[in-house]
Design a protein around this ligand. Structure first.
Ligand code: FMN
Length: 197
């Protein structure tokens, strides 16, 4: 049976959306059943409309489905991607996570393979701490953290973050970036397959 993977992202300007798409494509290529889902926007409409780049990205991705508790129950594995906000994940992602008490209480989040990605303006602007902010929550769920570590040469070529791929603003989405994200997604699918067989 194919691994069911939910790739769950939040993105204001498009970086994490792009990362999520690359991961989803890589997971599909190895046979996973993938849902690409976004955490709902929580910023007031006037704030979004007040920034052209924010509004443009919201309009570009209006067709992407919002993630739900039902998606969380459906999936065997989760791959999260969210920007760094003052050293932790963006509050839009946190707000979604904080709706999951009910599904958590009935065991719907436990024993899933989970990995996370992030982006930040600065290389040392909190990329690792944001990823750790995901993994602390995953431990509360009884999830199986599947950080990439240094399990592929591509990780050394794109910043060397063993907690998960993280993108520094202004960097290109090179082939090495795509390989590193693809490696993280495929490794997550591999581990999920072992957990679900
Ligand atoms: C409120 C706010 C807080 C931020 N905090 C940080 C930070 O602590 N460190 C950092 O390097 N970048 C920070 N950034 C920059 C974001 O991480 C960057 O805009 C984001 O990674 C872009 O991802 P996106 O294109 O998916 O929205 C912050 C941005 C905003 C708007």
């Amino acid at each position: 049976m194919a691994v069911k993977l939910a790739v769950i992202y939040y993105s204001t300007y498009g970086t994490n959306h792009r990362m999520a798409e690359i991961a989803a494509d890589a997971a599909k290529a190895v046979g996973a059943e993938v849902r690409l889902l976004k955490a709902p926007e929580t910023a007031p409409e006037a704030v979004v409309a007040g920034q052209d780049a924010w509004m443009a990205h919201a309009e570009r991705t209006a067709h992407v489905a919002h993630v739900s508790a039902a998606d969380m129950e459906w999936a065997d594995a989760y791959l999260f991607s969210a920007p760094t906000r003052f050293g932790v994940m963006a509050s839009q992602m946190r707000a979604f996570i904080d709706t999951l008490g009910g599904v958590w209480a009935k065991g719907g989040l436990s024993n899933k393979a989970v990995s996370a990605m992030s982006s930040a303006q600065n290389a040392h602007g909190g990329q690792e701490t944001t990823l750790l902010s995901f993994y602390a929550t995953i431990m509360h769920w009884g999830g199986i953290v599947v950080a990439p570590g240094f399990t592929d040469p591509s990780i050394f070529k794109v910043g060397g973050n063993p907690y998960g791929y993280s993108h520094t603003q202004g960097a290109e989405f090179t082939d090495d970036v795509k390989i590193a994200i693809g490696h993280q997604a495929r490794r997550l699918v591999d581990v999920a397959a072992k957990l679900t067989r």
